[in-house]
Design a protein around this ligand. Structure first.
Ligand code: SF4
Ligand code: SF4
Length: 118
């Protein structure tokens, strides 16, 4: 399984109220998790955004992800968001931390790998 999803399962799914506390999802089969569905795009937008402002991260989430999510109406309304049923929205600060930590680890290991494997 890919590294970004492994990290999210370890740090978000384990704490998620829809999980089993061990990183497994307990959502009903017919339900989907926006974090799982969009995590590559979410990591990409977080890593591309150079800002310390949480509002800027939220704006980017609304513009890039919510705008194409089936749960948001053309008017920008999402009932899942309003009722705190969207794990991506609910745990977004945690998701940002996971994405930034993973990026920092990757950047730190790259020069080392380059030195070890010239
Ligand atoms: S709802 Fe999403 S974040 Fe929560 S456990 Fe399931 S896959 Fe993980
Ligand atoms: S907040 Fe709503 S529109 Fe945005 S990702 Fe979650 S479910 Fe989709």
């Amino acid at each position: 399984m890919e590294q970004s999803w492994d990290a999210l399962r370890a740090h978000v799914c384990r704490k998620c109220i829809d999980g089993d506390g061990r990183g497994n999802c307990r959502l009903a089969r017919e339900e989907s998790c926006a974090l799982q569905a969009f995590h590559p795009e979410v990591f990409s937008l977080i890593n591309a955004l150079e800002s310390d402002s949480y509002d800027a991260f939220v704006q980017a989430l609304r513009a890039r992800i919510c705008s194409v999510c089936e749960h948001q109406t053309p008017e920008g309304v999402c009932l899942k968001r309003q009722t705190l049923e969207c794990a991506l929205d609910r745990y977004y600060p945690l998701v940002i931390n996971v994405a930034e930590s993973l990026l920092a680890e990757t950047q730190a290991s790259s020069p080392l790998e380059a030195a070890l494997n010239p």
